[in-house]
Unconditional design. Structure first.
Length: 99
């Protein structure tokens, strides 16, 4: 997620919220994938595995959007204090010395 200093706080918050949900969805997808590996399957065709993985990915996205597990919300709350406000934004000359 790239944050431009001139973006408003609302846009920065929206981007952070979106990134947190995407991270939660990726985590949930990996969790569902690991859970699927524990099931003994008699049908192991590549097509079935591919569609099952796609279904798990869609389920993970829906779970992340519902915000019921709270992982994305926790990530957002922990990272939101680090958003750049106009006062804290980088003007590019913090490291210049005054004469």
């Amino acid at each position: 997620m790239r944050v431009e200093p001139r973006e408003t706080m609302d846009i920065q918050r929206w981007k952070l919220r979106d990134a947190a949900r995407q991270l939660e969805a990726q985590f949930l997808h990996q969790l569902l994938r690991a859970m699927r590996r524990t099931i003994v399957s008699t049908q192991s065709s590549y097509t079935i595995q591919m569609y099952t993985d796609m279904m798990d990915e869609a389920l993970a996205r829906q779970l992340a959007q519902s915000d019921q597990l709270g992982l994305g919300r926790l990530i957002y709350e922990k990272l939101s204090p680090y958003l750049q406000t106009p006062e804290r934004g980088s003007g590019g000359n913090e490291h210049e010395q005054t004469g």
